[in-house]
Write a protein that binds this ligand. Structure first.
Ligand code: PEP
Length: 250
């Protein structure tokens, strides 16, 4: 009904030789029969090399971010056309590090998402609450506000290009993971929120990934939840053995 997806977010790690070695090790161990789409997100300078290294494999190379601007005087930014010119078809947007460290707003993310969708890209849209928001019972509203503000101007057709990644910020890079029940509860809430606005068909087809300290030891239990359709993985995606073990957890 909907695709399982495992996406590795390599963040600002790995130079060119390390990027190519990691891809080579993942390729060597990738099982022939996979029950998920596999995506990796290396740093921008290495996307072209990574794309070429992954040709003729099921691995999709994706980007970690993109500008909402078409082109021009935006020093340091990378455009959608640039990504597409090196073979990239999918981009992660709204990661909590982009929101918290680089101060990307819901408005920025709405613009980036719309620009990427208009150019035919797929977007892995991240959302998630901070610990204080969970502790004060505001986690559901925080997440649905993020989704509503950035994505609710899209049409049902455009939602076909969206993957949602629920990433509780308190679980990212901390070793602390949401329990399978906590993940399922939020994923179900997100799906219902989208069903209420766009209908069951759109919501049922939407892949919702969980991110936050996913490892080989916890992946199977989390992915077994009915509304969890895979994972967005940071730390454990930088090791080929762990990444492959997680891919086999579906
Ligand atoms: C992430 O960066 O999206 C992430 C989930 O990181 P980690 O798996 O290291 O918690």
């Amino acid at each position: 009904m909907r695709n399982n997806i495992l996406a590795g977010n390599w963040k600002m790690n790995c130079d060119l030789p390390m990027t190519q070695e990691l891809i080579s090790n993942i390729k060597k161990q990738l099982p022939e029969q996979l029950d998920c789409e596999v995506m990796i997100a290396p740093s921008h300078p290495f996307l072209y090399a990574a794309f070429n290294d992954s040709l003729d494999t099921p691995i999709e190379v994706i980007a970690q971010n993109v500008s909402q601007h078409e082109n021009g005087a935006f020093t340091g930014e990378v455009s959608i056309d640039m990504l597409q010119s090196v073979g990239i078809k999918t981009v992660i947007l709204g990661h909590s590090e982009r929101r918290d460290v680089f101060l990307e707003t819901d408005k920025d993310l709405a613009q980036k998402t719309k620009a990427a969708i208009d150019k035919g890209m797929r977007v892995v849209f991240c959302c998630g609450e901070h610990l204080d928001q969970r502790n004060t019972g505001n986690h559901f509203k925080t997440v649905t506000d993020q989704i509503e503000k950035a994505l609710f101007d899209l049409s049902s057709k455009e939602w076909k290009q969206i993957v949602v990644a629920y990433e509780p910020v308190w679980a990212i890079g901390t070793g602390e993971t949401a329990s399978p029940d906590q993940a399922q509860e939020m994923h179900h809430h997100i799906r219902k929120f989208i069903a209420d606005k766009y209908g069951d068909k759109t919501a049922d087809k939407l892949s919702i990934l969980y991110g936050g300290s996913v490892k080989p030891a916890n992946a199977q239990e989390i992915f077994a939840q009915p509304d969890v359709d895979g994972g967005l993985v940071g730390g454990a995606s930088l090791d080929a053995d762990s990444f492959i073990a997680i891919a086999k957890a579906f």
